[in-house]
Design a protein around this ligand. Structure first.
Ligand code: FAD
Length: 464
């Protein structure tokens, strides 16, 4: 029976990063993965394939607007098969990359379904032969799965989850999306750019409801201009299938019922922790009422040598959060001070324009009775945005009314997904808006809008 210092179940961005960091620190590591390839949801059916399609569909849609800049491109045609093949190539390149990194770091990879069969034991179930391995510590990094309403069966043909929506072989004429979270809006943007009529149904009264309200309102206006329809404050009821068409029954909060027809529907109401078949109850690992594994600050579960990281435990369901937890946990296990600041985890929606944020929203500050100052700057007044013809959106900085410490930053605009890193770093160092305002930003760059928004916290922006 093979013995390890650390057995990790799941090779997503939580599990594989934890495995590599632990191996760097000298531990003998095994990673058990039930999928055929490494990398989990993120690399195989999440972040990477979605960003590939967002990137390609944006280029396709941009070609229509280049004529304004004197570049007259005609006869642009979509080859969806090639677009999908290019996406698959990026995915396999990256998943193979993890395989290489595992080899390089001498991490044992066992393919099969991991079941915790004892405090220090994992049984790897495999078609050919089951295998029992033992480890001093076990990490559960089994991620999440799509949440589906009770009366819906996903067939990935007409009734889709994000996985099916990433692999369609034909552009749907009419696509209905249930749920206006970031995954629904990213997939809606892809298919709308490629020619679908997209309608998004959302139960809340605004899109991406946990986003800063001002940004979310602006975001919706921009997406409407791009041709996406929204039905807010509207409940999804059921899907009726008749003569090859789908009829989506909905009801407004005032009780008005109606139906929308379409050829495909994407169910995108969120994700839930995936802990199926792990044998948690029997080994004593506790979960909460939503199925998330309960952990202490050091990622320890109710069993002292079993830990959990990533989407299967509470916290933002984001790849970089899972990876940070993986790194911190490996360091904690060897006695180092692994640490994560959950207040500075950025989040990005990769639509066009992008939306990015870090820290508290204005609504959260109000709810917590924290006095704050606001500085905003629109991209219409930014020179680089002007030459790029990308003037939609703005930067909004929230800082503490008395100390001026930055509490949150919310941006909508071109490339803000890259720009948010500056603000996460600033907040990590406890920066004030004055610190950002006094930092020289290169001209002409989109990042000058960050400096201007910081200046505007004290109403002294230069270019508005
Ligand atoms: C369409 C889509 C787009 C996304 N885009 C982004 C984005 O742009 N940025 C971002 O930060 N996040 C994004 N996410 C979220 C991101 O994918 C997740 O937050 C991230 O993958 C979580 O990492 P994880 O390691 O916790 O779990 P996962 O990546 O889900 O990996 C878990 C792994 O565990 C394996 N596993 C489960 N149970 C067992 C078992 N018993 N035995 C063996 N193996 C097992 C699974 O097969 C899987 O490979 C997106 C998600 C989706 C669906």
């Amino acid at each position: 029976m093979e013995q390890f210092d650390l057995i990790i179940i799941g090779s997503g961005p939580g599990g594989y990063v934890c495995a590599i960091r632990a191996a760097q620190l000298g531990l003998k590591v095994c990673c058990v993965e039930k999928g055929k390839t490494l990398g989990g949801t993120c690399l195989n059916i999440g972040c990477i394939p979605s960003k590939s399609l967002l990137h390609a569909s944006q280029i396709f849609s941009d070609t229509k607007h280049y004529a304004n800049m004197g570049i007259d491109i005609r006869g642009v045609k979509l080859n969806l098969t090639k677009m999908m093949a290019s996406k698959d190539e990026s995915v396999s390149g990256l998943t193979d990359g993890i395989k290489f990194l595992f080899k390089k770091n001498k991490i044992t990879h066992i393919q099969g379904f991991g079941k915790i069969s004892g405090k220090n034991e994992v049984t790897v179930l495999n078609d050919d032969n089951d295998q029992v391995i033992t480890g001093k510590n076990i990490v559960i990094a089994t991620g999440s799965e799509v949440a589906v309403p009770e009366n819906v069966i996903i067939d990935e043909k007409d009734i889709l989850s994000s996985t099916g929506a990433l692999s369609l072989d034909k552009v749907p004429e009419e696509l209905v999306i249930v749920g206006a979270g970031y995954i629904g809006l990213e997939m809606g943007s892809v298919w709308s750019r490629l020619g679908s009529k997209v309608t998004v149904i959302e139960y809340a009264d605004r899109i991406v409801p946990n986003m800063d309200k001002e940004i979310s309102n602006q975001f919706q206006k921009i997406l409407i201009k791009q041709g996406i329809d929204f039905k807010l404050s509207t409940a999804f009821k059921k899907i009726n299938k008749k003569d090859g068409k789908l009829y989506i029954a909905i009801e407004t909060q005032q009780g008005q019922a109606s139906e929308i027809n379409c050829d495909k529907v994407l169910i995108s109401i969120g994700r839930k922790p995936y802990t199926f078949g792990l044998n948690l109850e029997e080994v004593g690992v506790k979960t909460d009422d939503k199925g998330f594994i309960v952990t202490k600050n050091n990622f320890q579960t109710s069993v002292d040598n079993i830990f959990a990281i990533g989407d299967c435990k509470l916290g933002p369901m984001l790849a970089h959060k899972a990876s940070e937890e993986g790194t911190a946990l490996a360091e904690i296990i060897v006695g180092q001070a692994g640490h994560i600041n959950f207040d500075t985890i950025p989040s990005v929606v990769y639509t066009s324009p992008e939306v990015a944020s870090v820290g508290k929203t204005e609504e959260e500050l109000k709810l917590a009775n924290i006095n704050y100052k606001v500085g905003k700057f629109p991209f219409t007044a930014n020179a680089k945005a002007k030459v790029m013809h990308e003037t939609a959106g703005f930067v909004k900085i929230l800082s503490d009314a008395s100390s001026d410490k930055v509490l949150g930053v919310h941006m909508i605009g071109a490339d803000v997904g890259n720009m948010i890193a500056e603000l996460a770093l600033a907040m990590e160092f406890g920066a004030s808006s004055e610190d950002i305002a006094r930092t020289c930003h290169a001209h002409p760059t989109l990042t000058e809008s960050i400096k201007e928004a910081a200046l505007n916290v004290d109403k002294r922006a230069i270019h508005i």
